[in-house]
Ligand binder design. Structure first.
Ligand code: MTE
Ligand code: HPA
Ligand code: MOS
Length: 764
């Protein structure tokens, strides 16, 4: 089986929000956003915009009929600015017009007079000034302070870790249609239909049952539409509700880049101590999260940063300090890995620095410190198997680590202007929402009298293949070909209280619910078959659409059995509900068993640096990934390769640039470079761990959506090791991404020093 949308995608027939034929009289909206990052609004002049023929209405804070403030964790964000603006691009007004072009013209004609206030873009500065979304949190294990003196080697450092633009192909959009009696039907590109439904109701002062949200698929979400598709759905719905006319809001690429939050950038300080055997005795890290203007999901993102701060390693003494800092940037938000990558990064930097000091290879330290079964993480969860270790060993062995290491050493001896490097990256990523209540999935399965099946779940198809997985699951549980099954749109009227499609858990939660629903239907049908075939229901199986009795094919086929069951008045639709067992987490104490299980893997990346230009190539990426028993191999491979590519982009090319006054400079694809097919390694090899059934996942599978992202970090270290072979790296702060420009500065530290000095002089 392939991804069920692949044919539609490559022929351009798959439908997104604004592909469906527009309803008569559809209006279009566009957003007027703040031109500056922080200030007090003195006056807003929309009179010129209102004069433009075709402009229907302009809405601001005062037009919100319900509650103006909303937010997943803290209701601190107004739909439109309320006297003050807190980031460049923050919505001030919505222009509604007859066409998209007129709406945009209307936006251009709006004028606002804002008294500027000081702008903060750096989380360290925000921290120093007490601009916090929440107090500092500390996770502790053992006694860090008492152990530094027992360490043979101690290294400290600071990190400037950049964010990342989601760059989903489909920008944020929504179409909202008023229906009878004040009801709304909303087509939104959201990962969280129920949050969108609830927030629209909240903003408009409607009961939730009057708002129906429907999602066929997204052109990518990557976390960017977990919490931040809501704003645009609320705005389109506000206009639809107040005007009682259908209204659509589609963000342009540059508006989407300016107005929405991204992966959180962090500033970090670390200290690591090793004993004489190369074992990490103590590790301390401080995370200054650049949270942006409002809380959004910063709190759970930072929590996952804390949980994954020791990644795959067993460390007896740990202290993690973390604080979400308020800055004048768009509120940063969920992004593949959900804070996990930011947690893992500093420890890898620390290991690299220690290795450099000890003149050993970083993977020697990595290997010596890999966590084994029985290890208890600093938040209380125990590692229950040794699969992490298996992926590490298999990566080393099946990809000939030692041969590669030697080949690189030989190459570096022979070449003076090109250098190569390699790095390994082990990943141990917890699967479940850390907000335990979100771990629930629902599925509604219908078997029609012609034998075809439709399945609706809480899962949102965003390219990751959840619809295909649901079809595959129905196909295997029922024992019928997958082309008899269709996966429907996700809809709040068919499934209530849907958890976001996120945390890599969508197929797990909704897939297990689908199994429950299918089995309930099947149980009734098997009784009908048993009566007909004169056997026991337990003896009945269905294979390839043919009913079997005690393993022997009978004359009865699926279609006939369905019809017979219908005439026997047997229930042919069922709702399945699933929650994973044995998870709980106390966020206040920071203790519990937050994860249903872990997804593991190890990746090896090699890079070559041109030491004259600072450019580089990523030559190979080879990895062993624990997929459990995968559901659809091509879909899983797509997730692994896609995650890897996005991870490589984060630490190499993708450079978000804000000016000191909070303007997004990298506001188009001409100034924000993301990896393309040319940049990615030609030699990508993915091996799935064998004999690795996962009892917790549907059909033995494991969640795969986010973990592969973190493999990409190996590219950062492979490039640095190539640089090291040319000239030792000396730095006060380790900066990611390592763009070609950064690489050049690392290659020529003396030139870099004078360049920086000159730049400072010029600025003054
Ligand atoms: N893959 C594609 N093609 N598009 C996406 O938007 N989102 C990622 C990942 N893979 C994404 C993707 C993120 S952030 C998550 S959490 C998971 O998919 C969500 O889907 P899952 O729970 O089914 O893995
Ligand atoms: N992952 C992704 N999204 C989330 C989480 C999480 O752990 N918690 C709340 N939203
Ligand atoms: Mo993914 S960041 O959990 O949407």
């Amino acid at each position: 089986m392939k991804h069920c949308d692949s044919q539609l995608h490559v022929t351009g027939r798959s439908e997104y929000v604004d592909d469906v034929s527009p309803p008569a009289g559809l209006l279009h909206a566009a957003v007027f956003g703040s031109p500056i990052a922080h200030g007090e609004i003195q006056s807003l002049d929309t009179s010129k915009a209102r004069e433009i023929p075709g402009v229907i209405a302009i809405y601001t804070f005062d037009d919100i009929p319900g509650e103006a403030y909303f937010g997943a964790i803290v209701q601190d964000e107004p739909l439109f600015a309320d006297n003050k603006v807190f980031f460049q691009g923050q919505a001030i007004a919505l222009v509604v017009a007859e066409t998209y072009e007129i709406a945009r013209q209307g936006v251009k004609a709006c004028a606002v007079n804002i008294d500027p206030l000081p702008v903060i873009t750096c989380p360290r500065e925000a921290f120093a000034k007490g601009e916090l979304h929440q107090e500092l949190r500390v996770f502790e294990k053992g006694d860090v302070d008492a152990n530094w003196s027992k360490c043979e080697t101690v290294v400290e450092g600071s990190i400037d870790l950049a964010g990342q633009e989601h760059l989903y192909l489909e920008t944020n959009r929504c179409r909202s249609i008023p229906c009878e009696d004040g009801q709304l039907k909303v087509y939104s590109s959201t990962q969280s239909p129920s949050v969108t439904q609830k927030t629209i109701a909240h903003i408009l002062g409607l009961p939730m049952n009057k708002v129906e949200v429907d999602v066929k698929r997204l052109g990518g979400g990557f976390g960017g539409k977990e919490d931040q598709a809501t704003h645009w759905a609320c705005m389109a719905s506000l206009a639809a509700f107040l005007l009682q006319k259908p209204c659509q809001l589609v963000l342009s690429r540059s508006d989407d880049m300016r107005m929405t939050g991204k992966r959180h950038p962090y500033k970090q300080d670390f200290k690591i101590g090793l004993d004489s055997d190369g074992r990490i005795l103590a590790y301390e890290v401080s995370h200054y999260q650049n949270s942006g203007a409002f809380m959004d999901l910063s709190n759970p993102v930072l929590e996952r940063t804390c949980l994954h701060s020791t990644n795959s390693y067993a460390i007896p003494h740990v202290r993690i300090r973390a604080v979400p800092c308020r800055t004048n940037l768009p509120s940063n938000t969920a992004f593949r890995g959900f804070g996990g990558p930011q947690g893992m990064f500093p420890l890898e930097v620390a290991i690299e620095k220690v290795a450099q000091k000890l003149s050993v290879s970083p993977d020697w330290i990595q290997e010596r410190n890999l966590a084994r079964s029985g290890y208890v993480f600093h938040y209380g969860q125990e590692l229950e198997d040794d699969r992490l270790h298996r992926t590490w060993q298999e990566t080393k062995e099946s990809f000939d680590l030692e041969t590669r290491r030697q080949a690189i050493a030989d190459f570096n001896k022979k070449h003076s202007s090109k250098k190569r490097g390699l790095a390994l990256m082990p990943v141990c990523f917890g699967i479940s929402f850390t907000k335990t209540f979100l771990n629930q999935g629902s599925s509604l399965v219908h078997v029609y009298t012609d034998g075809t099946v439709s399945v609706t779940t809480g899962g949102i198809e965003m390219g990751q293949g959840v619809s295909s997985n649901m079809i595959a699951i129905c196909s295997r549980v029922f024992g019928i070909p997958h082309d008899r099954i269709l996966c429907n749109s996700t809809n709040t009227s068919r499934i209530a209280n849907i958890s976001p499609s996120a945390a890599s858990a969508t197929s797990d939660l909704n897939g297990n619910a689908t199994i429950i629903a299918c089995r309930e239907i099947l149980a009734g049908m098997k009784k009908v078959a048993a009566t007909k075939l004169k056997c026991e229901p337990e003896e009945v199986t269905i294979v390839d659409g043919r009913v079997h009795c005690s393993g022997k094919a009978s004359e009865l086929d699926w279609n006939t059995l369905v019809l017979e069951s219908y005439f026997a008045r047997v229930q042919l639709m069922a709702h399945g509900f699933y929650t994973p067992p044995n998870i709980s987490f106390d966020p206040v104490v920071g203790w519990g068993r937050p994860f249903h299980y872990y997804t593991y893997g190890t990746c090896l990346i090699e890079a070559t640096v041109d030491c004259i230009q600072g450019t580089y190539t990523i030559d190979t990426a080879k990895l062993v990934h624990d997929l459990g028993r995968g559901i659809i191999p091509s879909v899983d491979l797509g997730q692994v390769e896609g995650g890897l590519a996005q991870g490589i982009g984060w630490v190499t090319l993708e450079e978000l640039a804000f000016s000191d006054d909070g303007q997004l400079l990298s506001n188009a694809l001409s100034t924000y470079k993301c990896p393309d097919g040319d940049f990615l390694p030609d030699d990508i090899e993915v091996k799935f761990l064998e004999n690795a059934d996962n009892p917790g996942g549907p059909l033995g599978s494991k969640a795969v959506g986010e973990p592969p992202f973190m493999y990409g970090m190996a590219a950062f270290f492979a490039i640095r090791r190539a640089v090291e072979a040319f000239s030792p790296i000396e730095e006060e702060e380790t900066k990611s991404p390592i763009t070609p420009e950064q690489t050049l500065l690392k290659l020529y530290p003396n030139a870099a020093h004078s360049l920086t000095a000159n730049a400072t002089k010029l600025k003054k």
